[in-house]
Design a protein around this ligand. Structure first.
Ligand SMILES: Cc1cc2nc3c(=O)[nH]c(=O)nc-3n(C[C@H](O)[C@H](O)[C@H](O)COP(=O)(O)OP(=O)(O)OC[C@H]3O[C@@H](n4cnc5c(N)ncnc54)[C@H](O)[C@@H]3O)c2cc1C
Length: 418
């Protein structure tokens, strides 16, 4: 067997792309070809569309795909969390039924974790799943569910045993969102978008084969999903942007981005748009104000440091090293950068930062930054929860006192019914 090196992998994937990439193919047809070759997700197991490539060589393949102009597998949205969770805990049936269609982009997913009474305390979920005959019947309410209004499947956390302690009575399911018992209602945000929903589950059904792991293992599976979510919320996060090149595959990708990425349109603004700070400071002349210059410099330094930290975390991950403190800090630092960037945008634009509409600064983008940034310190675990995690797991400080983890969940005082 020839030894895998960066040069050999680069040469092999380049030759494959030269022989196979054709922008006139349909998007799904092309992605299926890419998936069959193993180059779409080269770090995945050979058995499941990958090549078992060592993590350090995966970026080489991504670089070559980008260089050739070819389109990669579908990666945006909750589908990547679904794929990571199914790869880690799913059965053969789950992998056969879902993985390929996640990668082609044919199915979209949502994450049904948060509830009106359990967000940070997601293990306090009271949505119930009960076995009735040969299926699970689900009743309850979820909230803040991004993309639920167009999702095909949901990653569902539900309580299956009320007599076990909080974390032990939960189970994890894959639920078909297209059924009469599932109703998604969009919620309008203060930035004008409606990217998440409240989801009402009324006698919704899940067949037993769509339980992930065992009954009662829901918390462990949820932890896997959340770990991947937080890992992806660092300074290296990027947003799908369609190419302006010509060809059927590009046209179809642009259409895909327009619909699937609609809920994420404001996510760059939520990260603070550090990239707009200098152009806007030059355009307004505020770059000449020494106080503003100093604040701009602080944000740019903070943002660059966050990027380097995130690179260090990704490299460690790619080399298969255990996650160090930098992994836990990434999400928290992204919140700090976003907040600092929003503050500097107001210093640069002054009261004009509040204006929306086509004749306002950057067509309303600055105002959108101000009302979108708060989401960064909430989504995927709040700043306070991140600090708790860092204190307990990284700094090994004493754990937060708990009054509800050692008794049957039924007996835990709470402000929600279930
Ligand atoms: C843009 C966005 C997208 C989202 N998408 C999804 C999604 O797709 N699916 C999904 O399930 N959820 C989603 N969420 C929900 C998100 O996970 C929750 O909002 C988050 O976990 C916080 O929960 P909560 O809103 O119930 O706030 P709460 O948990 O009620 O928190 C309220 C306040 O109390 C603080 N607090 C709570 N507990 C502690 C503690 N132990 N120590 C210190 N302070 C504490 C919090 O930090 C916060 O400031 C999304 C949220 C946002 C903003």
């Amino acid at each position: 067997m020839t030894e895998l090196t960066e040069a050999s992998v680069r040469a092999e994937v380049r030759a494959w792309l030269e022989a196979n990439w054709n922008p006139e193919l349909g998007l799904i047809e092309w992605r299926n070809k890419l998936i069959d070759s193993g180059w779409g997700v080269p770090g995945w197991p050979k058995e499941w569309y990958g090549r078992d490539l060592p993590p350090g060589l995966v970026p080489v393949v991504e670089e070559e795909i980008q260089r050739s102009g070819a389109i990669g597998v579908a990666k945006a949205g909750i589908r990547t969390l679904a794929a990571a969770t199914i790869l880690a805990h799913g059965t053969k049936l789950h992998k056969e039924k879902f993985l390929r269609r996640i990668l082609t982009g044919e199915d979209t997913w949502c994450q049904l974790f948060s509830e009106p009474g359990s967000g940070s305390d997601v293990a306090g979920a009271v949505t119930r799943a009960e076995l009735s005959g040969n299926k699970w019947v689900v009743n309850g309410q979820k909230v803040w569910t991004t993309s639920a209004h167009h999702a095909d499947y949901g990653l569902l956390l539900a309580r299956t045993d009320w007599d076990k302690p909080k974390h032990k009575g939960l189970s994890y399911f894959i639920i078909d969102m297209h059924q009469p018992g599932v109703k998604a209602q969009p919620l309008k945000q203060m930035n004008g978008h409606a990217s998440f929903n409240q989801v009402f589950l009324t006698d919704a059904e899940v067949m037993p084969e769509f339980l992930v792991a065992n009954v009662g293992d829901g918390w462990a599976v949820t932890t896997t999903t959340l770990m991947h979510e937080r890992r992806g919320a660092d300074a290296l996060r990027s947003w799908a942007v369609g190419s302006d090149r010509k060809g059927r595959a590009y046209d179809e990708e642009r259409a895909e981005i327009a619909t699937v990425m609609e809920p994420y349109k404001w996510y760059p603004q939520r990260a603070g748009r550090v990239d707009l700070i200098l152009p806007r400071a030059r355009e307004t002349g505020r770059i000449d104000d020494p106080v503003v210059r100093q604040e701009i410099a602080k944000v740019l330094i903070m943002s660059k440091s966050a990027e380097w930290l995130a690179r260090r975390a990704r490299t460690a991950q790619e080399l298969g090293r255990p996650q160090g403190p930098e992994g836990s800090l990434g999400k928290l630092i992204s919140s700090n950068v976003a907040r600092a960037a929003a503050r500097v945008h107001t210093q640069i634009s002054g009261a004009d930062a509040l204006l929306t509409g086509d004749d306002s600064p950057m067509k309303g983008v600055i105002a959108e930054i101000l009302v979108s940034v708060p989401a960064t310190s909430i989504a995927g675990g709040t700043d306070e929860i991140q600090r708790n995690i860092i204190a307990e797991r990284v700094l090994k400080m004493p754990k937060e006192p708990s009054i509800d983890t050692d008794k049957p969940f039924r007996d835990v005082p709470r402000n929600t019914v279930g």
